[in-house]
Design a protein around this ligand. Structure first.
Ligand SMILES: N[C@@H](CCC[C@H](N)C(=O)O)C(=O)O
Length: 278
């Protein structure tokens, strides 16, 4: 079966055409192909399928074989894949995801290939119950969580997938592999969570380190970048338009006055190949 590898902000993905191929088990496909030693290597996979409510359906699985409702860097790669291969022949595309229909605008280069992609990410969800969390609160802002003997001040919200946002003075001092995994699996989050550590450079620029639910440490996270800007804005630490510096590249996040989120960034095609199915 043909695969393509794309990357956005250092978050790498394998894309498969589910319209042309019958794929038996997406979870197994993700586990096998994302493995960086025995597979191709990626943070997750996406499959395109026909949609009855949008131009196209995006199915997302993390590298551990779990399904994700949405992926911010992923949807930019997905849009590039769909546009560049002419699967949908328009530069404004609606994409069905498990987190609702997302609207994507593609800016093309001189070779008629997708270069910059703007995604209307919709509205964040703040109610603890819907994130979901074992808490009864309308907003989870500046709550406390204990990991081993240390207390962290965190905020949580749903931007398609659950996110925890923690502001720190120096992100390099955080043992994200250890703390990220602990918070991901903390009993407060019955469906686990993504975890973002943020260092503020100015009201318009932050650095972010992310630990992803289902994928572990990644170089960037689109939904995590959006979640972090929303919380930073609520706490009056950040403006409405923020450049998010991930370890794999920059993403611009814009909020309107009602917290509707727009995410803008690039996506690159790395390779195409044939997967041997045994
Ligand atoms: N890489 C992501 C998020 C992918 C989904 C996530 N790990 C989950 O299942 O919660 C992004 O760029 O948003």
């Amino acid at each position: 079966m043909k695969f393509d590898k794309l990357v956005a902000a250092g978050n790498d993905f394998l894309l498969f055409n589910g319209i042309e191929n019958h794929i038996e088990d997406y979870s197994k496909l993700a586990l096998n192909t994302c493995n960086r030693h025995f597979g191709i290597g990626a943070d997750g996979i996406m499959i395109c399928e026909e949609s009855s409510i949008a131009d196209i359906k995006m199915i997302y699985y993390n590298s551990d074989g779990s399904q994700g409702e949405m992926c911010g860097n992923g949807i930019r790669c997905f849009a590039k894949y769909i546009y560049d291969y002419g699967i949908v022949n328009r530069s404004s595309i609606s994409v069905e995801t498990l987190a609702g229909v997302k609207y994507v605008d593609i800016q093309v280069n001189n070779f008629n290939k997708a270069e910059k992609i703007k995604v209307d990410m919709g509205y964040p969800i703040f109610e603890a119950e819907k994130i979901p969390m074992n808490l009864n609160k309308d907003r989870v802002v500046n709550e406390k969580i204990n990991i081993d003997s240390r207390e962290y001040e965190y905020s949580a919200l749903l931007v398609g997938v659950p996110h925890v946002v923690i502001f720190v003075e120096d992100i390099k001092e955080i043992d994200i592999n250890y703390i990220g995994k602990k918070i991901e699996n903390h009993p407060t989050f019955p469906r686990k969570t993504n975890v973002n550590f943020i260092e503020i450079n100015s009201r318009k620029n932050i650095n972010i380190y992310t630990w992803e639910r289902g994928a572990g440490r990644t170089l960037g996270c689109g939904t995590g970048s959006c979640a972090s800007v929303v919380i930073g804005n609520i706490l009056n630490k950040l403006d409405n338009t923020v450049e998010v510096t991930t370890e794999g590249g920059n993403i611009t996040v814009e909020l309107d006055e009602n917290f509707k989120i727009y995410m803008l960034g690039g996506a690159n095609h790395i390779a195409s190949g044939i997967l041997q199915i045994s």
